[in-house]
Design a protein around this ligand. Structure first.
Ligand SMILES: Nc1nc2c([nH]c(=O)n2[C@@H]2O[C@H](COP(=O)(O)OP(=O)(O)OP(=O)(O)O)[C@@H](O)[C@H]2O)c(=O)[nH]1
Length: 135
């Protein structure tokens, strides 16, 4: 029987006062090059999903978010190469600092409806409709 190992990833929809969400562009030489994604990353062993997301937001954007401000919103479940991606998406409306692109090529604030026109990872597409109704 084929072994499928799930890959647990956490990501944040950071929402500003104007109802826009922060997306970051993946660098050209990564997997899924140049696609626009929600900031986040893999959950390390022995780490809670919330701690992983707080860490990733600090590493990738230089912002501080408190775990209590991460509201579970929805998830994606999709094949990713040899693995199976489980992506937990949180909504976060409160953080400290101004996001800067420390890993990404670029950042942009967009309304959920505008995301359909952007190149995003296939797993993210089903998340957009929920964000439209939530934000
Ligand atoms: N952060 C983030 N990752 C996503 C999204 N959608 C999606 O499919 N992913 C996938 O989930 C994984 C996130 O892990 P990561 O951010 O630590 O991955 P990485 O850049 O180190 O990629 P790598 O494993 O190719 O080195 C990647 O394989 C990425 O392609 C998303 O919206 N945000």
């Amino acid at each position: 029987m084929m072994q499928i190992s799930p890959l647990l990833v956490v990501a944040a929809a950071l929402v500003d006062a104007d109802g826009r969400v922060l997306l970051q562009q993946r660098p050209p030489h990564t997997s899924l090059p140049n696609l626009w994604e929600f900031p986040g990353g893999k959950v390390e062993p022995q780490e809670t999903p919330e701690a992983a997301l707080v860490r990733e937001l600090e590493e990738e954007l230089g912002i501080n978010a408190h775990a209590s401000c991460l509201a579970p919103a929805t998830f994606a479940s999709a094949p990713l190469g040899e693995r199976h991606l489980l992506l937990l998406l949180y909504v976060c409306r409160k953080w400290q600092g101004v996001p800067e692109a420390r890993h990404a090529t670029a950042l942009q604030w967009v309304r959920p409806a505008q995301m359909y026109a952007l190149d995003m990872p296939p797993a993210d597409l089903p998340l957009i409709g929920l964000l439209e109704s939530l934000i």
